[in-house]
Design a protein around this ligand. Structure first.
Ligand SMILES: [Zn+2]
Length: 345
């Protein structure tokens, strides 16, 4: 087994130190990986590249690219009240999207079995026309569309375990039957989209699968949701590539999230997606960093994910969170079983 890790020091240059989405996030992850000599010896370093205009415009409107380039050229601005654009941010966002593309190519060219890209700014809130929620370009969507356009894949799945709904990814693919978008997210929580009844528009009917989770859903609820809803959906859809929008803000220690996943819980999710990829798409699995704002929880959870994908013990002790009583997900699971074309039985 082999696992590529995309990283680049330029990703540290998009930085507003007082903002939750700051370069300290990556520094924390990089230190934790470096400290784990067993892990770092096994990772295959992979250089990102710049995504081209054409690759970005395959999912975004030209107006968004021009707006962001103007903001950057004018010395920087805020794309929305919480999304900063510095003079170098658009170039860095190109390198983030290109890091996702490098990861997809490495896997689809069979140079490695899996890949994980430590990229930022994150992407899943960026819609076709709008940068928002810390995100400039939608890295996962650009990667999925690239796999379709350049490798001719018929079916790609994006599984988004960030605590926030990836409204941008959903917007981009809601009418596209070739890309399945699955999201687990806190509910209620910003941005407020992602009701379980949102299943994709006419042509894409059933290619959106949302699991809005009540506050304090933790390891047990996630395990149930992954095994009883997400696994059957992926088994029915049979993607040829599985992309994980890997946000770590569903962690119990995260300051922005409302859910209660432990580090060991994230390792469990990583194992489930690894096994699903092995079952349906010869193990082709690409992880892309999204959110995660408690520096320690973020770093440990990324390490636990990478170790799991390398079939090493994840090393995280089960957190006390697993013993907090959790909300009952049975009504949500039953609703999706009754209504969602990929989950119905
Ligand atoms: Zn998030």
């Amino acid at each position: 087994m082999s696992l590529a890790l995309v990283s680049h020091s330029t990703y540290l240059d998009h930085d507003e130190p007082s903002h939750p989405e700051c370069a300290a996030r990556l520094r924390s992850i990089n230190s934790a990986i470096a400290a784990d000599t067993q892990l770092s010896a096994l990772l295959q370093p992979l250089e990102p590249r710049r995504a081209t205009d054409a690759e970005i415009l395959a999912v975004h409107q030209a107006g968004l690219l021009h707006q962001l380039e103007h903001m950057a050229a004018d010395g920087g601005d805020w794309a929305d009240p919480e999304t900063y654009v510095l003079p170098n941010s658009v170039e860095i966002a190109r390198l983030a999207a290109g890091g996702a593309l490098a990861a997809v190519s490495a896997v689809l060219d069979q140079r490695v079995d899996q890949a994980f890209a430590l990229i930022r700014p994150p992407g899943h809130h960026a819609t076709p026309s709008t940068a928002m929620g810390f995100c400039l370009f939608n890295n996962a969507a650009i990667a999925a569309q690239f796999a379709r356009d350049q490798y001719g894949l018929e079916r790609v799945a994006i599984l988004d375990w960030d605590v926030h709904h990836g409204n941008g990814t959903q917007d981009i693919f809601e009418n596209d039957p070739h890309v399945l978008y699955i999201s687990t997210h806190g509910w209620p929580l910003w941005p407020g989209t992602g009701h379980w009844r949102e299943m994709g528009g006419q042509a894409g009917a059933g290619s959106i699968l949302n699991l809005p989770l009540p506050p304090l859903t933790g390891d047990m609820g996630f395990d149930m949701a992954f095994r009883q809803v997400i696994a059957p959906a992926i088994q029915s859809f049979r993607p040829q590539l599985l992309i994980v929008s890997a946000g770590y803000d569903a962690h119990i220690q995260d300051p922005l999230g409302s859910l209660a996943v432990s580090t060991a819980g994230y390792a469990n999710l990583a194992a489930i997606v690894y096994n699903l990829a092995a079952e349906v798409c010869d193990g082709r699995l690409v992880g892309l960093l999204e959110g995660g704002y408690n520096l320690e929880a973020l770093a440990h959870s990324v390490v636990a994910t990478l170790r799991t994908w390398l079939q090493l013990p994840h090393g995280a002790s089960a957190h006390a969170a697993t013993h907090i009583p959790e909300p009952d997900l049975t009504p949500l699971i039953n609703a999706l079983r009754a209504a969602h074309p990929l989950v119905q039985r």
